[in-house]
Design a protein around this ligand. Structure first.
Ligand code: GLU
Length: 454
């Protein structure tokens, strides 16, 4: 996808993009994420001369700090394993570095950098005082015992702790890192530092500094955002048929909220395939299979019976729906999938995962009549609620579920509004991609100009 990309950019962004390609050779996901943001920046050219005067773009595409470290650990049979750990501290201009940790065998520097880059603008869009970063490891948690997960997390934190702090860098979860892992990570941080520093991690358990709604927030937020988009056309989620890819934390809570709002989710997926359940996904069963047993969707299909099958090959996006929420992982939805969805009458798509649509799929959605909510806006509810967790920790308070959910709803509405207002102001009404990228970029860029060349 790299050849010929320059031509699609405004002439003044071609050179900075060339630097990105040369300096980050082979890092395809990172290059893709930068390209996607740069594509949206053309309308500010000439309107904000101070940005070019102070080389904001040239600075924002280079992470402030990149940390790579060895993570040795011992499995249940006494065998030693070595994984690689990462923390890319991308931007601290709006607050401490903030962003999740991903444990997955596909993790490499390109993936962590693309996620960190996205996080900077997503976090800015929330309006909360948080910078952007991301971390993780190529460790594969699948099939590992609790003891192995604990030892891995302890080893990971033994190195990472020196880079963290509630005013410095505040990780959370992402793929492969949930409540269990965050518990082990926080425990090790507390032990090494001898400090009960609640605000150093978010996504904590509810009895030890966590926030209500944090677990639900990314999925709920993506659905709130979709509902807001639908409302601009006088519609709602009620009565709509939806497909949600994935079956992890984001997907499960997106399905839950769609059902609460009167929609019906008929398909979801995991790495082994996808299930179609015309009666609507049975959420209790899905939670039991994925969260309690940590099993595969095959078990869901077997227990649910009544013609529900696991389809191992093929694409979940072939299932006809009006609403699509890709909530699995990056580049899971390509141009062919986008064409199929549009042919089947798709009305709205919102990205619950980070960069789930390829560049080509995104272009297709944008040229269609379908509502398209990009990840930086649609999945910002998770990190926004992390910021609410930090706020509660700082004031040694804890809010009710209702209060926290209504704050999340307000934040999602204000993100939606700022996307639309920015898209309007810069001459492309209804373009959520441009609105989200520009609104986030302008906040970051203004702070960078104010703070000088640092
Ligand atoms: N990993 C989530 C994201 O992609 C949440 C990060 C956080 O809560 O810090 O936004």
């Amino acid at each position: 996808m790299v050849n010929g990309m320059h031509e699609a950019l405004h002439p003044s962004f071609r050179e900075p993009f060339e630097v990105v390609l040369q300096r980050n050779k082979g890092e395809r996901e990172f290059q893709q994420a930068v390209f996607e943001v740069m594509q949206s920046l053309a309308p500010i050219e000439g309107r904000r001369p101070e940005y070019s005067q102070w080389s904001v773009l040239q600075r924002v595409i280079e992470p402030e700090r990149q940390i790579i470290f060895r993570v040795p650990w011992v499995d249940d049979d006494g065998k030693v394993h070595v994984n690689r750990g990462y923390r890319v501290e991308f931007s601290s201009v709006l607050g401490p570095y903030k962003g999740g940790l991903r444990f997955h065998p596909s993790v490499n520097l390109s993936i962590i950098k693309f996620l960190g880059f996205e996080q900077v603008f997503k976090n800015a869009l929330t309006g909360m005082p948080i910078g952007g970063g991301k971390g993780g490891s190529d460790f594969d948690p699948k099939g590992r015992s609790d003891g192995e997960i604990m030892r891995f997390c302890q080893s990971f934190m033994t190195e990472l702790h020196r880079h963290l702090g509630e005013y410095t860098d505040v990780p959370a979860g992402d793929i492969g890192v949930g409540g269990r892992e965050l518990g082990y990570l926080f425990g090790q941080y507390k032990r090494i530092t001898n400090r009960y520093e609640s605000g150093v991690l978010t996504g904590k358990g509810l009895t030890w500094g966590g926030s209500q709604v944090r677990t639900e927030a990314t999925g709920y937020g993506a659905v709130f955002f979709t509902e807001q988009m639908l409302r601009t056309r006088g519609q709602s989620m009620d009565g709509k048929q939806a497909v949600v890819s994935g079956s992890g934390n984001v997907a499960i809570h997106a399905i839950e909220k769609i059902h609460q709002l009167g929609g019906k989710v008929i398909a979801c997926s995991d790495s082994s395939g996808y299930v179609v359940d015309e009666r609507g996904i049975d959420l209790e069963l899905l939670k039991e299979v994925k969260e309690v047993r940590r099993g595969r969707l095959l078990e869901y299909a077997q227990i649910r019976g009544n013609g529900v099958r696991l389809i191992e090959d093929g694409s979940i996006w072939d299932v006809p729906c009006q609403i699509a929420l890709p909530c699995a992982t990056q580049n899971e939805l390509d141009e062919r999938d986008a064409k199929q969805l549009l042919t089947n009458g798709l009305e709205a798509i919102a990205e619950g995962a980070n960069m789930p649509c390829t560049t080509e799929a995104t272009a297709l959605f944008q040229s269609s009549d379908c509502l398209y909510g990009p990840g930086k806006a649609a999945n910002a509810g998770g990190v926004a609620t992390s910021a609410l967790e930090m706020q509660q920790n700082a004031s040694r308070d804890s809010w009710t579920f209702e209060k926290t959910e209504s704050r999340l709803q307000e934040i999602m509405s204000s993100i939606h509004e700022s996307c639309l207002e920015t898209a309007d102001e810069y001459g492309d009404p209804g373009n959520y991609v441009m609105g989200a990228n520009l609104a986030g970029y302008i906040k970051v860029a203004n702070a960078m100009v104010a703070m000088g060349v640092i």
